[in-house]
Write a protein that binds this ligand. Structure first.
Ligand code: SAM
Ligand code: SF4
Ligand code: SF4
Length: 342
């Protein structure tokens, strides 16, 4: 058997996030709060064939979980063709997608039929007015219809991701748990992160895992931690009635020590960490005709040198401000969360 590929901290390469577009039909305040953005040039975007070819290089080295993301991945035309291609890679045992849900109602069944195993929909509020203020869009009803369609499409799991922000939606934790229960979805609360693009981030707006648990305890009784988290970003809990939920405490309790994730942008830049300032261009060698063996060798070399632990390093800072100043973001779209995918 091949020796598992480990980085400098012995972390294996298991999970790949594929961003298929940097465009988005929402403007979430915690991700894209600015008026204008510089977009990746269209001719640099990888074709589906190129994405599957690169994904095959990763699966050869141990990747068995793939998540499609963006930007908003459902904006990418004929996405089901990519899903079919990825689902055919024999090593991929878990194929998932993260979406804002706006275009999901019409696509949910086709995504499932194409081979998508699991789906996560971002839902920060149940209130239409709040949604408008948070996203600069009136598509709230469409998102709820998308969740409804996903819950009927037969996915192995449906999750709802909520970024919790103080004074914005931290009074909706119970309502979101109840809503999730109604649609058969597990809710995951995400701490507000100071990633690139989150130019309005400030420490006080972060609602910590401890606070989230405290709020839910008041309503339901103390949540019980569930074992077996492994390398997953969410800690899972059960309420006394058995309802489960997750918390992704990237800001106050980072989990870099177990991180087996990396990200490929829509134009083929491979990033070792959500907080990384630069990545490895895989598009160039691919388009220059590199063989599969050469690509595998490059991926192996880069991963074996990986020492990223971005969120843990941020935790050690005394003064914590948005990661990347606006002027730098304007010059380099690759630093943006909406380019790298969540
Ligand atoms: N557009 C899709 C969506 O929103 O689901 C997929 C891409 S989005 C970048 C992926 C995830 O990143 C979303 O769940 C979003 O809430 C999360 N995200 C974006 N900015 C964030 C931030 N500053 N802190 C925490 N999570 C963030
Ligand atoms: Fe919101 Fe996702 Fe779009 Fe970012 S990429 S603005 S989180 S919908
Ligand atoms: Fe992984 Fe980087 Fe997130 Fe830490 S901050 S969990 S190393 S992606």
């Amino acid at each position: 058997m091949a020796i598992p590929l480990g980085d400098r901290f012995g972390r294996p390469l298991r999970s790949l996030r594929l961003s298929v577009t940097d465009r988005c039909n929402l403007r979430c305040q915690y991700c894209m709060p600015e008026q204008d953005y510089a977009w990746l040039p269209r001719d640099t975007l990888l074709s589906f064939e190129e994405i599957v070819a690169l994904a095959g290089g990763f699966t050869a080295l141990g990747v068995d979980r793939v998540r499609i993301t963006g930007g908003e991945p459902l904006l990418r035309r004929n996405l089901t063709t990519l899903i079919e291609g990825l689902a055919q890679l024999p090593e991929v045992r878990d194929l998932a997608l993260t979406t804002n849900g706006v275009l999901l109602a019409d696509q949910a069944s086709a995504l499932r039929e194409a081979g998508l195993d699991r789906i996560t929909v971002s839902l920060d509020t149940l209130d239409r007015g709040r949604f408008r203020a948070l996203t600069r869009s009136d598509a709230h009803a469409g998102v709820l219809a998308g969740i409804d369609a996903a819950s009927r499409a037969g996915f192995e799991s449906l999750k709802l991701d909520t970024v919790v922000i103080r004074g914005v939606n931290d009074d909706e934790l119970v309502a979101l748990i109840e809503y999730g229960r109604g649609v058969g979805a597990e809710v995951r609360f995400i701490e507000y992160m100071d990633v690139g693009g989150a130019t309005r981030w400030n420490r006080k707006a972060v609602v910590s895992q401890d606070e989230i648990l405290q709020t839910l305890s008041v309503r339901y009784g103390a949540p019980v931690p569930l074992a077996g988290r492994g390398s997953a970003p969410a800690s899972r809990f059960a309420l006394p009635d058995g309802t489960t939920f997750g918390i992704i405490a990237s800001t106050t309790q980072p989990f870099c020590a177990d991180c087996d994730r990396s990200r490929l942008t829509a134009d083929g830049v491979w990033l070792m960490c959500l907080y990384a300032q630069a990545g490895t261009d895989l598009r160039r060698p691919l388009r220059a005709g590199a063989t599969r063996e050469e690509l595998v060798h490059l991926i192996r070399t880069v991963w074996s040198q990986r020492a990223d632990r971005g969120a843990e390093e941020r935790l050690g800072l005394d003064a914590r401000e948005p990661l990347i100043p606006l002027a730098a973001l304007r010059k380099n779209a690759h630093l943006e969360m909406h380019t790298r995918g969540g």
